[in-house]
Design a protein around this ligand. Structure first.
Ligand code: KIV
Length: 327
């Protein structure tokens, strides 16, 4: 179970699962660089010593109307695949509390957990922009936020942090940005407030809630956030926020009007066949493939078909020794 919108009132069991290929649906950074003018900044996309995609590139992508793709990731093996596919943003989300640790909420995730997974992802990620999620209670004042976000960058090798909350978080965002730590905001359905929200519920419905979210988005931008995740809000509101802001919006369950989209990696790969909320499109059915592969391994182990000679080692010297002994 992932944090984002899990159990939300948006869940619509039975939405069609589709399959397709990741590489077919993404534009590698090199292709983006060829297609458009060079972004301003120290290096053009893919041109720097490391070819790293940076916060400046994301803002340029918004200006050029190029949509940004983002996924969560928690380990080096998947990080290599995600980077190869050309995904621009990788988030080590506190959704790891759901999909890696098996909790119902993200609340048990700690700074140590995120740092550990972020460092693993960083080792497999030569190009994408890497963001570490700030866990529940790890940024409840500016000093704590600075200390913990510093660990995300220094130990976790992240390039930025993400934190949940609106206008009330502006001073903390300002302190982080002043310390040289890029911050992505996250408003709307904020899973760390699951108990305060009365569950994973769609936010921003009704005039007062809509205006509050507009104010939150502006407050985060004014405080220096370089991008904002919009989660679980009506598509028209997400579109309005996106049009009003200069910084990119990354949507999840927020419609097509955002500057980019993020999904939990395991959701988009279909690793949990039972999980089908309305906002998730399954771009593969890996859960079924994994079960099939494991069942085949088991039956070949039982029958003795595996390992064959092709998967076994021999000792060429044994034949020579045998010849010497008998000859
Ligand atoms: O933790 C997470 O995975 C997230 C997103 C999906 C936005 O916060």
């Amino acid at each position: 179970m992932t944090a984002a919108l899990r159990g939300s009132d948006a869940a619509a069991p039975g939405a069609a699962a589709t399959s397709g290929s990741i590489s077919a649906s993404c534009a590698p950074i090199s292709a983006i660089a060829k297609a458009g003018a060079r972004p301003r900044g120290i290096y053009a996309l893919g041109d720097g010593p490391s070819g790293r995609l940076r916060v400046t590139h994301l803002r340029d992508m918004k200006r050029r109307g190029q949509r940004i793709s983002a996924v969560t990731c928690y380990d080096a093996t998947f990080a290599r695949l995600v980077d190869t596919a050309g995904i621009e943003i990788v988030l080590v989300g506190d959704s790891l509390g759901n999909v890696i640790q098996g909790h119902d909420t993200t609340l048990p995730v700690t700074v140590d957990h995120i740092v550990y997974h972020c460092a693993a992802v960083a080792r497999g990620l030569p190009r994408a922009h890497l963001i570490a999620d700030m866990p529940f209670m790890s940024y409840r004042n500016a000093d704590l936020a600075l200390q913990n976000a510093g660990r995300m960058l220094a130990e976790g090798q992240a390039h930025a942090v993400k934190l949940e909350g609106g206008a009330e978080m502006a001073p903390t965002v300002g302190a982080l940005v002043a310390a040289g730590i890029p911050v992505m905001g996250h408003i709307g359905l904020t899973p760390q407030s699951v108990h305060a929200m009365g569950g994973h519920r769609i936010q921003g419905r009704g005039r007062a809630a809509r205006e509050r979210l507009l104010d939150d988005a502006h407050a985060l931008q004014d405080a220096g956030a370089y991008a904002i995740v919009l989660e679980g809000i009506p598509a028209a509101l997400a579109q309005e926020i996106t049009d009003l802001l200069e910084i990119p919006t990354i949507g999840i369950g927020a419609g097509a009007g955002c500057d980019g989209q993020i999904l939990v990696l395991y959701d988009l790969l279909g690793l949990n066949p039972e999980f089908q909320p309305k906002f998730v499109k399954k771009f593969a059915k890996l859960g079924e493939e994994v079960v099939q592969a494991l069942a085949t391994f088991r039956s070949e182990t039982q029958s003795g078909a595996f390992p064959s000679a092709a998967h076994s080692y021999s000792d060429p010297s044994a034949a020579t020794e045998a010849a010497g002994t008998h000859g």
